[in-house]
Design a protein around this ligand. Structure first.
Ligand code: HEM
Length: 219
């Protein structure tokens, strides 16, 4: 992945990701995210936004826009395991093997496609979860990703993102417009749903600030 590469490897791998995203229309993502969310909640009275919508919808919509089938069920376990400090389990390895097959085999282009999907997964879910909480509580949304990791000379280094939710400089997030569009489409489709709980459980990861579970109901 570009994210954990340096020097010319970073430049080349980032360019692959940027080119793939350049072919994706952000407005169309918003419309698809709206429609997909509406389909998912149709007929449901209570839904956990985080597991049921905020991860699978953005990933599924982005996959479709990249010309791939809905691989969100395989992206979710890989997204939980791709950070360099995490030891991936057998389920994540198996999911990655399937993703590689769908994305065209073990090439840098396939890695760029998978990289987009896994980086869209938790971070965009955070935008959605925090956006929903903020709208219901009438407060500004919290930044979901608080720190990022880089690999420098073989060592993992943590970099704070305070005040720059999409990063900055040569590694700034190339998916920010797409992420905001996806989140906007989902949130629009959840108008009319309210939170069922007053106590929010947050994901335990120190670099993320987003709800673990967010139950909503109609009315
Ligand atoms: C459609 C959704 C998204 C896609 C496709 C995407 C894609 C990417 C990619 C490919 C990179 C690596 C850039 C590089 O190495 O040069 C990246 C970096 C980054 N993304 Fe995103 N991203 C998405 C959503 C988000 C969201 C919602 C956030 C936070 C609110 C976010 C925050 C970041 C940050 C902070 C970095 C920089 C990491 C660093 O400096 O090491 N991304 N993203």
């Amino acid at each position: 992945m570009a994210r954990f590469s340096n020097g010319l490897d970073h430049v080349r791998r980032r360019a692959l990701a940027v080119d793939l995203l350049a072919a994706v229309d952000a407005d169309a993502l918003q419309d698809s995210a709206f429609a997909r969310t509406r389909r998912l909640v149709a007929g449901l009275d209570v839904v956990d936004v985080m597991a049921g919508i905020a991860r699978p919808v953005p990933v599924g919509v982005l996959a479709e826009a990249l010309g791939l089938p809905d691989v969100s069920a395989d992206v979710v376990p890989v997204a939980a395991a791709y950070h360099p400090h995490v030891e991936p389990g057998a389920a994540a390895e198996a999911a990655l093997t399937r993703l590689l097959a769908v994305c065209g085999g073990p090439t840098e282009l396939a890695a760029a496609r998978i990289g987009l999907l896994v980086q869209a997964c938790d971070a965009t879910a955070g935008l959605i979860g925090n956006g929903l909480l903020a709208a219901r509580h009438g407060k500004p949304a919290e930044q979901p990703v608080l720190a990022t990791r880089r690999r420098i000379d073989g060592a993992d280094v943590t970099v704070s993102l305070a005040g720059t939710p999409f990063g900055a400089g040569p590694r700034a997030c190339p998916g920010s417009r797409h992420a905001v569009a996806l989140a906007a489409g989902v949130l629009e489709a959840l108008h009319g749903f309210r939170l069922t709980e007053t106590e929010i459980s947050w994901v335990p990861a120190p670099n993320l600030r987003m709800p673990a579970v967010l139950l909503v109901t109609r009315g």
